[in-house]
Design a protein around this ligand. Sequence first.
Ligand SMILES: [Zn+2]
Length: 429
Amino acid sequence: MKARSILLVLAACAMAGAQAQPGQPAHKTLFVRCGRLLFDTDKPPMSPAAVIITDGKITSLGPNLSPPAGAEQVDFSRYTVLPGLLDAHIHLWTGPRAEHPSPQVAALRAQRAMKYALDSGVAAVRVLGSYDFLDVALRQAIEEGTIAGPHIIPAGHAISIPAGHGDQFTFPETLPLEDYYTPLNGFINSPADAEKAVHLQIKYGARVIKILASGGVGSPLDSPYSEQVSPEELRVIVEQAHMAQIKVAAHAENIRSITEAIEAGVDSIEHGSELTQRAIDLMKQRNTILVPTVFIPYDIVTNGERNHLPDYMLRKARDLYNKHEPSYQMALKAGVTIAAGSDQSYEPGKGTVLDEIATMVHFGATPQQALTAATKTNAMLMGFPDMGTVAEGKEGDLVAVEGDPLSDVTAVKKVRAVVFQGRLVAPER
Ligand SMILES: [Zn+2]
């Protein structure tokens, strides 16, 4: 890892100094003037500052840089500039709730969701559960340049039991569904199924495994207080994923499922609504990361009725809400490593990781802690060593916001421009 980052820096330096030779494509250089540059959330900002990005990688930054000859220039001198943000927990918007579009229509709609993520300043996402390997397809289309979007770490199908949090079907048993309840679709009934489900998600492109260890809010048939997989199934899932160097994210709301997931060795607990001191100690001991998703319960409780969410969701969210926020506060106080995941679907115009950052602060984090979660900690959890800070050799991803998010975190929601891989993707608005 260390050797690799040194190589990256060397490569970036070489690029910065290189002249275009006849027959070789010219280097593309972007010079970004920044009013205030929050290059690393653990350090004081640089003000004023400039960043030079060559062929998508940051080649220098500092207070007194001048634009290299031939560089394209953008002026963010009225703004605070942050590293590209990451969202450790999302799903994919594919149209109105309760509508079941064809995979083709779903893909076309999700393409808009990914553009919306990028325009919101999100440079990488972890899709923790979708259908038909839509997340894998989007990743491919984005990486090859067919469509615009952030880096994607796809999970394929979330692993669930029938009647669990991953099961949305409420049709009668007379409907033949044996072909639906399969490990390929993420459904398991045994440790052997669990092993198969992991192998098949990986085969079709998953780069993280999502396990639904407890029931949840957004599903019609279950309760957040139920456990849904056995300790043996959890163990098999973690073992198989880790053998492939793939991390495991466990949706776990109640304390029994949380404890069993940590003990099985999962890499992150998603939601963690019912933490206890013992669970927190265990997380610190095992380096388990908490993705507390504080915005989604707050949003459902505050706006769910107006947004016509189903009764079961409102009822479960209201009940869980009283535990969820204190649980997050307990973890924050104890110094558990916290990552930022919005659990949003990036429906254009709706919630994003920017709301998660603001809500983390609303419930007790400092702006600096919330910004660290959405940059450096997410980069570490999601496996992007080239992201999370603005530094030489890293990917050229920047977000320009109006105001100073370190003193008023709601400034993060005033995104004015986005640079992704050295290109201005969201023009100043
Ligand atoms: Zn989720």
